[in-house]
Design a protein around this ligand. Structure first.
Ligand SMILES: [Zn+2]
Length: 214
């Protein structure tokens, strides 16, 4: 997979990207608890050795095993389809913009299983408004953020959070691209149920072409 834009630390990116399968179709998750950080990190380490690459990525429209055992995602219609892309790298890894933009909004969505520190940028893209969301960031990243603050392409906007701040996950970036914020500020659904999917697919774009040469 060839990279188009560095979303996280280019120095780490030199060690390569590999796709990771967190879907309900991966039998590994029938016998291993993907929500257990230690279990997940072991799997990640093994995959890094097997592929000789470092940064795991994936998840757009993936139906995930991760949400099976979580009350948060099981209330009402089961929400288990992931709307963004995740990139797994250590806490403290720098996060970069892939295009010029300004801060639309931000929040620390710190209830367990949510995004933790979350940043949303607004961009002009081919004459249209485009919004990018960065979740599971460090609390320190929030120092200096203010609505309207301008970032240039490839500038550092944040660092990745540790599990106690990200809130309860192996360190990773959740990146998502939307053509509307609806009425959200500092937040936007990152997981949908199958009956909401048609609605969200019109708003949440495939993030892969923004990052990778496909
Ligand atoms: Zn995610």
């Amino acid at each position: 997979m060839k990279l188009k834009k560095h979303l996280i630390d280019p120095a780490l990116g030199q060690h390569g990207y590999f796709p990771i399968d967190l879907s309900i179709d991966n039998p590994h998750w029938d016998h291993n608890d993907v929500s257990d950080i230690e279990v997940f990190e072991q799997y990640l380490d093994q995959q890094r050795k097997d592929t000789d690459r470092y940064i795991a990525y994936g998840g757009y429209l993936e139906q995930r095993a991760l949400y099976r055992n979580s009350d948060r995602f099981q209330k009402g219609a089961v929400r288990d389809i992931h709307l963004g892309i995740d990139l797994w790298a250590p806490a403290g890894t720098s996060v970069h913009t892939i295009m010029d933009g300004i801060i639309h909004s931000f929040a620390n969505n710190d209830d367990h299983g949510n995004y933790g520190p979350t940043l949303i940028l607004e961009h002009d893209w081919n004459g249209e408004k485009l919004y990018s969301l960065y979740g599971h960031l460090s609390v320190d990243s929030m120092d200096g953020w203010e609505v309207g603050l301008r970032f240039r392409e490839s500038e550092i906007i944040a660092t990745l959070g540790a599990p106690h701040e990200n809130v309860g996950y192996a360190p990773h970036l959740h990146f998502q691209v939307m053509n509307s914020m609806l009425d959200y500020h500092g937040d936007f659904p990152g997981v949908a149920s199958s009956n909401e999917l048609d609605h969200y697919k019109k708003i949440v774009l495939d993030p892969n072409p923004f990052i990778f040469e496909l």
